[in-house]
Ligand binder design. Structure first.
Ligand code: AMP
Length: 218
């Protein structure tokens, strides 16, 4: 299966994509992570992407598409993948279908996780991530057993630089202006499955898994 997850920042794409990938033995490819890893290593891509990420804007399409194309060309994607955070513009959606066509593959489905803006702001402002293993926490909804320490690996928890209120608002604006048109685009292509992303994480996780099962065993 070749699945892409669509939804605003903070919709839970990352957590649900990771669970789907584990459960159905697919690779989880996260465009934001690819950028953050590039930034950490101070590569040319990372340094170019940084100013856009800090402003909550999208990194230019050509840079993003080249990075994702290189990642999808690696052999570990052969078992299938869950794309998380890409595509985010119509141009990226078209580039993705070209990239996959060249590899004799195509998208199986696009899962759109919908969540209203006010809920996003609450979720992201309290989000904390393990610096070491990237496990996600929330100060109110999913606090770690010991404040500031990851339950999984003992790493330090930190707030992402772009999880501050001003950048969260900018990221939401970017989503509505540039990414939301993809909902209609994939609906018209007959690929869209909408999942209600509001409510308990376990419930949304089950909705997402049920959607994936329907794809696997139609
Ligand atoms: P995320 O972790 O998905 O919220 O991504 C963090 C930041 O990385 C975004 O705010 C963008 O600046 C950049 N980014 C991630 N994915 C993309 C993409 N598909 N297109 C352009 N920029 C992206």
């Amino acid at each position: 299966m070749h699945i892409a997850l669509l939804g605003p920042c903070g919709a839970g794409k990352g957590s649900h994509a990771a669970k789907l990938a584990t459960r159905f033995e697919m690779l989880h490819v996260v465009s934001g992570e690819l950028f953050r890893a590039n930034l950490e290593k101070r590569t040319a891509v990372g340094l170019l992407a940084r100013s856009y990420m800090d402003r909550g804007e999208l990194v230019p399409d050509d840079l993003t598409e080249a990075m994702v194309e290189e990642r999808l060309a690696r052999p570990d994607t052969q078992a299938g993948f869950v794309l998380d955070g890409f595509p985010r513009t119509l141009a990226q959606a078209e580039a993705l279908s070209d990239i996959l066509a060249q590899q004799h593959r195509q998208l199986t489905s696009v899962l759109y996780i919908s969540v209203v803006d006010q809920e996003i702001v609450t979720r992201l402002a309290g989000r904390r991530i393990c610096r070491n293993c990237q496990a996600p926490y929330h100060l109110t909804f999913k606090p770690p057993a010991q404040a500031g320490i990851c339950d999984v690996c003992g790493g330090a928890l930190e707030q992402r630089a772009d999880d501050n209120p001003a950048t969260i608002r900018a990221r939401l604006k970017t989503f509505h202006a540039q990414t939301a048109p993809l909902i209609q685009y994939y609906k018209a292509a007959g690929l869209l499955l909408e999942i209600d992303g509001q409510g308990e994480v376990a419930v949304v996780k089950e909705r997402t898994a049920a959607a994936a099962r329907r794809l696997l065993y139609p």
